[in-house]
Design a protein around this ligand. Structure first.
Ligand code: FAD
Length: 265
């Protein structure tokens, strides 16, 4: 079957032809694999040269990142250093040169490492249609209407407040068995606002809300984090796949969360 590729100057034009047998293509690291495997569910690829896809703009402590910005570009950008480690953990150099931050939001398990980090950072999505939505709402609704993410906005975390850990069997560029990302503010020596997100512990990146509540106001030491660790797999549905069993993921999730939390105390 032949595939037709259509290119549009604006994302709005591109989004109008989506649906049915047309798929939007960004870096193509996942979509071209489908093409090569002979996926028959689409016969049109839609792309856009809209410059907004490549913008990186800051307003105060908020940064707007175009959905077409690649992992390599994130690693090199001085204002995106807080995401540098996350971007570096995605695939190898060839993948990072193509893989976009926007495409990562749609990447199925075991992918979506950047999406997990952005969930902990409470990112917002800006769609080509002009609508806005939190990443959390988007991830909760798998039936989301087909549109194109134009950009992602995120608040730059205070130094040291954001931590990320990817666990994989193959280093340095294996896919994740699980990922964990934490955004944690301190107030008078105790934990203030906390967001904890796991990848690999549910079909989509998911917040560990019971663990967040248990950590609120706690001291960041072995005894202070006990309740948080005990609650961190609540509401999760870990994958049971060739990388690891769901039992194993449930066992190790608190271990890695503990490492991440105590690194910082
Ligand atoms: C060898 C290999 C290793 C990989 N390793 C990792 C890894 O370690 N961690 C990881 O997280 N991922 C990994 N990936 C998966 C993938 O490379 C990344 O998730 C990447 O960020 C996907 O982005 P893309 O631009 O290539 O998406 P594409 O392949 O272009 O698109 C993927 C899907 O997202 C949709 N899409 C893309 N952009 C948008 C947008 N702006 N708005 C709406 N829909 C959109 C497309 O329509 C398509 O359905 C790997 C892939 C490969 C092939």
């Amino acid at each position: 079957m032949s595939i037709e590729v259509k290119s549009f100057d604006t994302l709005r034009q591109a989004s109008e032809v989506l649906g049915g047998s047309a798929q939007y293509i960004a870096g193509g690291t996942l979509l071209m694999r489908k093409v090569n495997y002979g996926d028959q569910s689409f016969n049109q690829l839609v792309q856009s040269t809209d410059p907004a896809l490549k913008q990186i703009q800051s307003q105060g402590d908020e940064i707007l990142i175009g959905a077409g910005v690649t992992m390599s570009e994130i690693m090199q950008h001085p204002q995106l250093q807080f995401l540098g480690e996350v971007a570096r953990s995605v695939g190898g150099p060839a993948i990072r040169n193509m893989a976009t931050i926007g495409g990562n939001l749609f990447a199925p398990r075991p992918y979506g490492d950047m999406a997990t980090a952005l969930l902990a950072l409470d990112a917002n999505l800006h769609w080509a249609s002009g609508q806005q939505q939190s990443l959390e709402q988007f991830l909760e609704r798998s039936d989301a209407a087909r549109d194109i993410v134009h950009s992602i906005s995120v608040r730059q975390p205070p130094t040291g407040a954001f931590q990320y850990l990817k666990v994989s069997r193959v280093k340095p560029k294996g896919v994740s068995l699980l990922t964990v990302a934490v955004l944690l503010n301190r107030e008078n020596g105790r934990t203030g606002n906390v967001r904890i997100a796991f990848g690999g512990m549910a079909p989509e990146p998911r917040r560990a809300m019971a663990a967040e509540q248990a950590l609120q106001g706690a001291s960041l030491d072995e005894s202070g984090i006990q309740r948080c660790l005990a609650a961190c797999t609540e509401g999760m549905a870990p994958a049971d796949d060739s990388l690891a069993s769901s039992w194993y993921r449930n066992e190790v999730a608190p271990v890695y969360l503990k490492r991440l939390l105590l690194q910082r105390s």
